[in-house]
Each structure stands twice: as structure tokens, then as C-alpha cells.
Design a protein around this ligand. Structure first.
Ligand SMILES: Nc1ncnc2c1ncn2[C@@H]1O[C@H](COP(=O)(O)OP(=O)(O)O)[C@@H](O)[C@H]1O
Ligand SMILES: O=C(O)C1=C[C@@H](OP(=O)(O)O)[C@@H](O)[C@H](O)C1
Ligand SMILES: [Mg+2]
Length: 208
């Protein structure tokens, strides 16, 4: 799938993160709830670093040939989640730039497992800012009805999952997308903030 806003080849290869399999893996993966700014900040971050930007929501829509709300209505959320898992797996395997995930991608345990070893940043936001940003904005099927109540419920259930997969949390409340992108850029320069370690083999599974 083509990158959005790809800045072209990076001459010195400095922005390519080689994976264990020799493929190119994302420089950074953004997670967080709807309205955290994953898409907005991701585009800015990619431009600042001269790398491509990819968003799994856009990949899912391209593959399905329809907007996300239509997928929810026509095929249901489980089908959307299956498409989303595939989109995340593909992008983690071959996208060397900035990758933004849909807010619920981390609900799938298999997707969380795939994120191990990647530089994952959790964009945190409070209810007031999130609702200001997305409340009555473009359609997000999971916020339909009462966006404030739905968002609060989603965040309560997901916060532990965002922190589980992320090496770094950046609070975005009251901050501009430019400021948030700059802070993420700093985390990329700090060795101690690199990706969380991959899980070790559970003791019970070790063959003696
Ligand atoms: N830090 C921010 N401050 C103010 N508005 C923001 C910020 N980040 C994003 N937005 C706005 O909020 C809306 C949702 O942002 P988006 O990037 O689509 O969030 P996400 O992808 O996390 O759901 C957009 O209208 C965007 O311009
Ligand atoms: O939180 C969610 O479950 C969803 C978030 C959306 O993406 P954003 O987080 O980019 O809004 C999109 O993937 C879909 O509507 C479901
Ligand atoms: Mg988004």
C-alpha cells in the first residue's frame, strides 16, 4: 500500500529501522483513543523526519473499498477488526516511516503481540480535549449516540492496553499538534526510550 505524503527515498537510510527479518519497520507507531491526534501528529512527524506516513484506517478503507462507518454497518465490527489486524501486520512489516493505528487496534491481543519490539508512543488525552476535537466531527461509529459517554467508556477499557504496548506516553491535552510532534521527535533521539523489549519465552514453555 502506498504511503501518504511519502517524502521519497532517504539517501543515507538513517530513517529506516531494520527489523529482525531484514525488512524495514516503522520509525514510530502511534496509538491512543479517537481524538488523541494520531493522524494529525503522525503527518507532522513524518514530514519533520522526511519519511512517509501511513494510517491503518486509510489502508482498511482502501482494501475494503468503502469508508469505515460503512464497514461497521455492512459487515460489523468483528470484520473491521480482522481487516485492521491485517493492515497493522502488513504496515509493521514493510513501512519504514511513521505509522498511525486506529484507536481500537490494540484491542486485539494478536495485534498487541505484533507491536512488541516497535517504538510505540501512546498519545494520551483527556475527555474534554478529545470531545472538543472529535465530538461532532467526522463519523466514528464507536462514538455514535452519546460521544462523551462512549469515549469515557472506551478509554477506561483501553488505557491499560495503550500503556501495555507503549514505550512512551505523551500527553496531548492543551497542546498543539506541532508541540506533540516535537516531543515525540525527542523520544526518538533518546536511547532509553527505545522500544520495549520483546516478551521472553514463558518459563513453563522452556524445554530443558
Ligand atoms: N493537539 C491537538 N490540538 C488540537 N486539535 C487537534 C490536536 N490533535 C488533533 N487535533 C484535531 O482533532 C481532530 C482529530 O484528530 P486526529 O488526528 O484525526 O485524531 P486520531 O487520529 O487520534 O483520532 C482533527 O480535527 C485534528 O485537527
Ligand atoms: O477507537 C476505535 O475503535 C476506532 C477509531 C477510529 O480511528 P481513530 O482513532 O483514528 O479515530 C477508527 O479506527 C474506527 O472508527 C474505530
Ligand atoms: Mg486517526
Amino acid at each position: 500500500m502506498a504511503d501518504i505524503g511519502d517524502a521519497g527515498d532517504i539517501a543515507d537510510g538513517a530513517h529506516t529501522t531494520p527489523g529482525r527479518d531484514g525488512g524495514a519497520h516503522p520509525l514510530v507507531v502511534l496509538v491512543g483513543p479517537p481524538g488523541a491526534g494520531k493522524t494529525t501528529v503522525g503527518l507532522l512527524l513524518a514530514a519533520a523526519h522526511g519519511v512517509g506516513f501511513r494510517d491503518t484506517d486509510a489502508d482498511v478503507e482502501t482494501r475494503a473499498g468503502k469508508p469505515i462507518p460503512d464497514i461497521f454497518v455492512d459487515e460489523g465490527e468483528p470484520h473491521f477488526r480482522a481487516l485492521e489486524h491485517r493492515a497493522v501486520a502488513d504496515a509493521l512489516a514493510d513501512h519504514p516511516g511513521v505509522l498511525a493505528l486506529g484507536g481500537g487496534a490494540i484491542l486485539d491481543p494478536a495485534t498487541r503481540a505484533l507491536l512488541a519490539g516497535h517504538h510505540v508512543v501512546f498519545l494520551d488525552v483527556d475527555l474534554a480535549d478529545a470531545v472538543k476535537r472529535v465530538g461532532l466531527d467526522a463519523p466514528r461509529p464507536l462514538l455514535m449516540g452519546n460521544p462523551r459517554a462512549r469515549w469515557r467508556e472506551l478509554m477506561a477499557a483501553r488505557r491499560p492496553l495503550y500503556t501495555e504496548v507503549a514505550a512512551v506516553t505523551v500527553n496531548t491535552a492543551g497542546r498543539t499538534p506541532e508541540d506533540v510532534a516535537a516531543e515525540i521527535g525527542h523520544t526518538l533521539e533518546t536511547a532509553s526510550h527505545r522500544a520495549r523489549p520483546e516478551p521472553t519465552t514463558p518459563e513453563k514453555d522452556v524445554k530443558r
